[in-house]
Design a protein around this ligand. Structure first.
Ligand SMILES: [Zn+2]
Length: 171
């Protein structure tokens, strides 16, 4: 009898003394971000044809230092989703940003898409474009570099980041 009670209270103590668990991530397809993505691709004439792109909102965030990211789909993910790329966006910062900053962040992620075609076979190749200088030069010439500071500040105040964590922000 007593043993059972002890076990229960041990478990209770054990659970309550555990550090806050890493919160579970939720993934939701976002029509809103997809519509904004399509708008940017049209406005900025970003060449993504014929890539199929999925837009996913990750709650509460991808991580505290990753506001958004662009990934190529693995063979398996492509098989199940029929997508060539997935753009993930961290929900909390997305909610905190104004429309202008959202657009720049999304444009930045779209510019990671690099579609090539094999000359001989005509097959499409879906790659990730690395940043030219530290940002894409097109984004810098259109918006300067202030947008990155704004996103860093926003993440920093949302999550109370240390300077070291601020330096590790990846955009
Ligand atoms: Zn980037």
């Amino acid at each position: 009898m007593n043993t059972q009670n002890n076990t229960d209270s041990f478990l209770e103590n054990y659970q309550s003394s555990k550090p806050a668990k890493t919160s579970k991530k939720e993934f939701v397809l976002s029509d809103e971000i997809m519509a904004l993505g399509a708008e940017i691709i049209g406005e900025k004439r970003i060449d993504v044809y014929p890539a199929k792109i999925g837009y996913v909102l990750v709650s509460p965030n991808i991580s505290k230092t990753i506001p958004a990211k662009c990934l190529r789909t693995s063979k398996e993910l492509k098989f199940f989703s029929n997508l060539d790329y997935v753009i993930e966006v961290s929900d909390e910062i997305w909610t905190a940003l104004d429309k202008e900053s959202r657009k720049i962040l999304l444009e930045h992620e779209l510019r990671h898409i690099l579609v090539l075609q094999n000359d001989k076979t005509g097959d499409w190749l879906f790659k990730i474009r690395q940043h030219d200088i530290q940002d894409f030069s097109k984004v810098i010439s259109d918006y300067g570099i202030e947008w990155r500071k704004k996103i860093k500040l926003c993440l920093s105040s949302l999550y109370d980041l240390t300077p070291a964590e601020e330096d590790s922000i990846q955009i």
